[in-house]
Design a protein around this ligand. Sequence first.
Ligand SMILES: [Fe+2]
Length: 365
Amino acid sequence: MEHMGSILQGHKKVAVFTDKGIEASGVLDYPLEQVRKAGVDSVILDDLPAEPTYGQAQRVIDSFRESGADLIVAVGGGSVMDAAKLASITGDDLTVKGLLDDPLAGKKRVASLMIPTTAGTGAEATPNSIVAVPEKELKVGIVNPEMIADHVILDGRMIKKLPASIAAATGVDALCHAVECFTSNKANPFSDLFALEAARLIFENIELACLDQNAMEAKNNMLRAAFYAGVAITASGTTAVHALSYPLGGKYHIAHGVSNAILLLPVMRFNQDACLAEFARIYDAVWAGESRPEGPREEKAEVVLRRMEEILRKLRIPTSLTSFGVDSEDLDTLVEAGMQVTRLLVNNKKAVTPEDAKEIYGQVL
Ligand SMILES: [Fe+2]
């Protein structure tokens, strides 16, 4: 956080994008102290609700424009950082609605600094911004490289008091990013480097980071892992977990990390045969140096999948959609909506048919 002073240099006024929950938690004090020390004016924009619609994001962006701030600082989770990224490339002549119609119309107008308070969505690393489109009951991803943050600060103190359930859901989101990007059709040597290291860090730190408030090293490792997994997204892409997860957020308002966590195992079991080499490489990265006998890759893949199962169990993440009011009558609608997310489904190593999607959703009812 102490590096913030050099980022603030030369700026007159910062707009701090955040939300009321983060303000109440007290973590906003760390960046605000740096703003005060630097003698820079500031305005706090905290009216963003959770999982905002494009209209709600626009209202916060309008306040930002009225403030005349010349630096955007986002202190929050995915929704806050996503709104701040949209603010950095919109203006009097371009709204968020305009970006939904033409994502590449935006150009960077104001520099941005991201300080994540979860570990995490990876939003601090990606050019993506997700907004809800209520008239379509959908969440839509706006992708534009101009939205990539100019600066990122990863500080374990920002996630120290995060409730365990939120730490778990967001941590598993990062795990999904790492494993999906590593097994994606878009995977390449650059994304592999980041996805594999993210997976290793998450496998080794996630339980401790989520369940022990004082495990600062594990928390810092998770922040690093979430950032790396975000970098992997920029170069590779998520697959069927995120694709089939989208309608669960848009229509049933299940938190992004939770719906991914529910789908992670069924999708990876579906992919298992097609991704044996990738799972074996994850095994080698995570269990490197341990005196385990070298086994065939089928065995290594099984160990990796069981470890993911164990993580979900220990973190007590919901494993079924039923508790969220989804039942078998919703299956066809879910399949139809999920199959529309072709942008991500094409990344899945094994082709997903509507029948496959129905089988996967059916497993978690
Ligand atoms: Fe995600």
